[in-house]
Design a protein around this ligand. Sequence first.
Ligand code: NDP
Length: 246
Amino acid sequence: MMLAGKVAIITGGARGIGHSTAVKFAAEGAKVAVCDINPELMQQTLAAIRAKGGEAEGYPVDVTKKETLAAMVKAVMAKWGRIDCVVNNAGIVMDAQLKNMTDEQFDKVIDINLKGVYNSTRMVVDIMLAQGSGVILTTSSVVGLYGNFGQTNYAASKFAVIGMTKTWARELGRKGIRAVAVCPGFIRTPILNQMPEEVLKGMEAKVPSGRLGKPEEVANVFAFLASDDASYINGAVISVDGGMTL
Ligand code: NDP
């Protein structure tokens, strides 16, 4: 098993890519702290992991509220005594063209998708430094590489987390800590429910692989990146998009 004995925190773990990542990490032997703003939905992830004999605990966390992150990290350290990986995955969209975007829409997306990644990583970095090891994985997006119509706020957040990832790779690499960003293309999860089906069909037509992605296909990449097999991958930005950005 690729992640045997490792302890991983996964934000936004109740559904979508976070759910699949938590299930995959547990299947690979990790002890998983599933964190989400939605504690009821989180139970589904815990049940899926435990049904297969995996080890996981759920923590109600809002990545914009440091006290919830601090409580989770304290509980994880009390239970498992170390943190090998954080997967900064919680994220939202609140789309509007620039001319219609409100300050509230802009600030909310930045708060969760950017400041939330900073908050979560800041909360674990001292522990990783003390261990002399750790992996910081962050979900950016193809939109964080190329921008997208109607997504000023989202693009700003997803470009920014790539900048933080590269900075962390430089700052922390010599301390045994790796930081990597993953850029999924369009993946079939509830976050796409806001997009009309004909727009999704149009997206699909642009993907050389001929289809949208599955959450498990992003989870598999996260699991590899968290493992020691990826020990020389640091500061990288990895696309998981079926070739859509070619
Ligand atoms: P989902 O909406 O399916 O899942 C996101 C999860 O994060 C939800 O459970 C959500 O809870 C939770 N969440 C939202 N806000 C917070 C918060 N403040 N604190 C903690 N948890 C929170 O999204 P995806 O699985 O599709 O996306 C996961 C990540 O991947 C996001 O960062 C997204 O931007 C990125 N991504 C997704 C792509 C896609 O096509 N699906 C493409 C590229 C990137 P709730 O349900 O209550 O909102």
